[in-house]
Write a protein that binds this ligand. Structure first.
Ligand SMILES: NC(=O)C1=CN([C@@H]2O[C@H](COP(=O)(O)OP(=O)(O)OC[C@H]3O[C@@H](n4cnc5c(N)ncnc54)[C@H](O)[C@@H]3O)[C@@H](O)[C@H]2O)C=CC1
Ligand SMILES: O=C(O)[C@H]1O[C@H](OP(=O)(O)OP(=O)(O)OC[C@H]2O[C@@H](n3ccc(=O)[nH]c3=O)[C@H](O)[C@@H]2O)[C@H](O)[C@@H](O)[C@@H]1O
Length: 436
């Protein structure tokens, strides 16, 4: 099948590369000339495990191409994915200017029947708006389908190639057949394609993200209560996760959810509720709790140093909003850097993949270390912000030699409490210990 993907970011590049891998002819379109230039030279623009191998194969074998020209990109395409940004607008609702802008341009460029697919996360009713915009100038028949994406960064290729389910919103039989053919290689193991109307598919995406954000937030509140009540959130996670109605995943307490999607999508769903005159109270609480959770270690840090962080050096392990990605959008680490600097502390940071992105945002306000041990050399304390595997089993002898004080503020519960006590550390984690 000939496919065009408009927007070549995290979702567009993974979508394009994976569909090239399943034998399609894919052209990715992006307005960012530098991005397209780099991709054309065979260099990836994002860090995503496993993407490099299939990207290399499909560009070399000519199934995956890149352009900045929309007309060239969509020529003869049977399906056109819109994988464009939907950032929060001024009031927090999803800004559709990128999607509707491209929809305006598409009409006159269509030469044959095509299925236009909203891959971006868009509010209920967007497929209808896209249809109207395209229809204004289109001379040929077309369909607009909602096909939200559920991949996670860091495991995007695996999630895309083996999705738990594929959700497709359409009432057109013709579009349904095209979509079934396109996704057939990804649902061979019996994982379903779930068909529904466009509005339900759009809402499904927000419901999934909001539910997961709520699940994490619930555990963070349980963890906060555990600290007061003398219970251990790890035991509670195991105790409830084994109930198949609850499930084991997304129950890890920590310093809040970040990333480009949960924060903006919870907010956007709440705004959609407002539009329909519905007061979505749970979502409001989720946002409020998560905001506070991100810097929940700060009071402990301040208390440990008797309220005075001036001149203290605090090392941060982990900057990305989660492991296996270089993405720092809404990363809890950024909020902690800000708070630490406000309190007068010097900050040294280390992350295996996200250092360049942080340099772009924070610049010279922090020091960048080349290794986790360089970051803690002479530091007064260590804070852990992201659960990268390499932080899980550190060389504790090296750690002890480097740190000025044996104190760790662990926002991701990486170590066993007993081990840390045996090693003589003052060890703060989330929800596992009574905290006064
Ligand atoms: N990042 C993720 O893990 C996931 C994101 N989503 C959703 O997918 C959508 C895209 O997200 P990302 O890929 O993360 O965004 P991104 O910001 O990484 O990529 C968007 C790309 O679109 C390009 N673009 C902007 N205007 C354009 C135009 N007029 N023509 C062509 N290209 C244009 C940008 O240059 C950029 O490369 C959003 O709605 C997001 O909520 C859904 C599931 C997962
Ligand atoms: O719409 C999106 O963009 C995507 O958003 C999330 O994916 P992603 O943001 O890449 O990452 P997650 O693995 O979901 O983690 C999000 C945040 O939750 C935090 N988290 C996750 C799980 C957990 O148990 N506890 C917890 O604090 C992570 O540290 C991270 O900050 C969803 O999981 C994807 O299904 C969805 O497609």
């Amino acid at each position: 099948m000939k496919i065009a993907v408009v927007g070549t970011g995290y979702v567009g590049l993974v979508t394009g590369t994976c569909f090239a891998e399943t034998g399609n002819q894919v052209t990715c379109v992006d307005i960012d000339e530098r991005k397209v230039e780099k991709l054309r030279k065979g260099k990836l623009t994002i860090y995503e495990p496993g993407l490099d191998v299939i990207f290399d194969r499909n560009t070399k074998e000519g199934r995956l191409k890149f352009t900045t020209n929309l007309a060239e990109g969509i020529k003869d395409a049977q399906v056109i994915f819109l994988a464009l940004p939907t950032p929060p607008g001024e009031d927090g609702s999803a800004d559709l200017k990128y999607i509707l802008g491209v929809a305006n341009d598409l009409g006159p460029l269509l030469e044959n029947y095509a299925v236009i697919i909203d891959k971006s996360t868009v509010p209920v009713g967007t497929a209808e708006k896209v249809r109207e915009r395209v229809a204004k100038n289109a001379k040929v028949e077309f369909d607009v389908v909602s096909n939200p994406e559920f991949l996670r960064e860091g495991v995007a290729v695996e999630d895309f190639m083996k999705p738990d389910r594929v959700v497709i919103g359409t009432t057109s039989e013709k579009a349904k057949k095209v979509m079934e053919k396109l996704y057939a290689p990804l649902v061979r193991q019996g994982n379903p394609i779930i068909f529904m109307d466009e509005r339900s598919a759009e809402m499904t995406k927000y419901a999934a993200n909001a539910f997961l954000a709520m699940k994490i937030t619930f555990m963070n509140e349980i963890a906060n209560l555990c600290e007061k009540a003398g219970a251990n959130v790890d035991d509670i996670r195991r105790g409830i996760g084994t109930d198949s109605r609850i499930g084991k995943r997304f129950l890890f307490a920590g310093i809040g959810y970040g990333g480009s999607c949960f924060p903006k999508d919870v907010q956007a769903l709440e705004k959609t509720a407002n539009e329909f005159d519905y007061d979505f109270k749970i979502l409001k609480s989720v946002m409020k709790v998560n905001e506070k959770q991100k810097t929940k270690m700060m009071p402990h840090v301040k208390a440990y140093f008797d309220g005075d962080l001036k001149g203290k050096t605090i090392a941060l392990w982990g900057l990305a909003f989660k492991p296996h990605t270089d993405d720092i959008r809404e990363a809890p680490a950024l909020y902690n850097i800000k708070e630490l600097r406000k309190a007068g502390a010097k900050v040294v940071v280390y992350d295996p993949e996200a250092m360049e992105n942080v340099r772009g945002v924070v610049g010279k306000k922090v020091k960048y270390a080349k290794s986790p041990y360089e970051a803690i050399e002479g530091a007064d304390a260590l804070m852990i912000m992201t659960e990268w595997p390499e932080f899980r089993t550190p060389d504790f002898d090296k750690m002890e030699a480097a740190l000025k004080n044996k104190v760790i503020f662990d926002g991701r519960n990486l170590y066993e409490l007993k081990d840390m006590r045996d090693l003589g550390y003052t060890y703060f984690s989330v929800g596992r210990d009574t905290v006064k």
